[in-house]
Design a protein around this ligand. Sequence first.
Ligand SMILES: Cc1cc2nc3c(=O)[nH]c(=O)nc-3n(C[C@H](O)[C@H](O)[C@H](O)COP(=O)(O)OP(=O)(O)OC[C@H]3O[C@@H](n4cnc5c(N)ncnc54)[C@H](O)[C@@H]3O)c2cc1C
Length: 444
Amino acid sequence: MSRFTLSPPSLGRRQLLKLGLGASAASLLPLSSVFANTLSTKARIVILGGGAAGMSMANRLARRLSGATITVVEPRELHHYQPGWTLVASGVWEAERTLQPNAKFRPAGIEWVQGQAAGIDAGQRRITLADSSTLDYDVLVVATGLQLNYQLIDGMSPDLIGSNGIGSVYASLDAARRTRDAIDAWLAEGGGKGIFTSPQTAIKCAGAPIKMTFTTLSRIKAEGVRDHFNLDYFTGGGGMFSQPWINDFLKQRFDRENITRHHSQYLSAIDAGAKQAQFTSKDGSTEVRDYDFIHVVPPMSAPDFVKDSDLIAQSGAFQGEWLDTDIHTLQHNRYPEVFGIGDVIGAPINKTAASVKAQAPVVEANILAYLQEKPLPARHNGYTSCPLITDIGKAMLVEFGYDNNMEFLPSFSFIDPKEESWSAWVLKDYLLQPAYYAMLEGRV
Ligand SMILES: Cc1cc2nc3c(=O)[nH]c(=O)nc-3n(C[C@H](O)[C@H](O)[C@H](O)COP(=O)(O)OP(=O)(O)OC[C@H]3O[C@@H](n4cnc5c(N)ncnc54)[C@H](O)[C@@H]3O)c2cc1C
């Protein structure tokens, strides 16, 4: 049983449907009218990764293509609903609520290879798997998600999560559970120094480090012991959040809550035994801090085997770190038969499941056009969304895209993106998960 039980309001089926449709409204063309029928093709399509993006693409392509060979490479048997992990680590959800068998979402008629891709030869259009077998493709969809680089923090390992006052919601479901236990243990001590971090790289769900800060603060305040806890937030970036209005809001909120902000300082080393963390500034200078609890968010990048391939960006902001795709068409910039979707792509924003929901119809339409040698019809507008938890029981639904200085793209008339609300919390706590599963099935 969850330790924070809050009842949902009764939202009807229409509102739930709208939830599913909010993000897909972000694709700029009425895609169903572009390709009304299934396409007959003998193309070999390989999808690397069967997570949020890969599973959505498998369902969409299985429905739209007849005669194609669609192969998904995915090592896991269980699907993890990662957006639920912050709620697990905050003690709101039980861990089991985030798990489903992959078999539940897999479309009929595709090949499912339960294995790990280990290499991509883009010139030969060939994937090598960890067991040395190979898969040739005519179209490749790279949907591997990203890699957590804990090893770049000296002394840090995911094994440490849950002990010595170390939490990190990102590593796995079990890590989210152990993070919850570490926070519980720290709160039971009745006071001390807490440090929350965000790295110098792009990360998935950029709001998660902030959510963890706010839910922990919420629990401290609920105990009536705020004065006994010091809270610091270190971020490797210059700001708090990419959306400008939210960035200003967060700065003010952190200051009001007496959480000391440290910008352009990233966690570079940790001494778990001594409970000390080292932070490095842009000029290379370092500072060591004592902590009783630290929430670690590691640097992130595309997986190593993607980085080692010719598909990785060769120049610009994403060089050597992220997949080289056009941020609108999601087609590879140098290999037109390759498309990218989800966390792995190089894009200024977008590492969320909400972005996947907006990207999937775009990739579907563009792959169908590519197979017919037609111009690519669909463009992703950068839609992303963060249900930013500001308190246990309150959130802000922040939706925005690439354009106009990342201005808000609200989906719901009843939720103001600039207001904290119970409704936005209810979306996060109860309603986004069914919409997410509908996305996996390619239904929204
Ligand atoms: C703590 C946390 C909180 C989050 N909160 C939110 C939120 O509130 N809202 C939101 O929209 N998003 C949120 N997200 C982000 C969201 O979960 C991701 O953006 C989304 O899952 C991206 O989908 P993806 O398919 O690119 O990656 P994933 O869903 O991670 O899937 C990648 C898949 O690729 C597989 N894979 C990896 N390597 C290989 C390989 N070598 N070969 C074959 N397969 C491989 C993996 O096993 C995995 O199944 C959160 C994420 C975390 C961790």
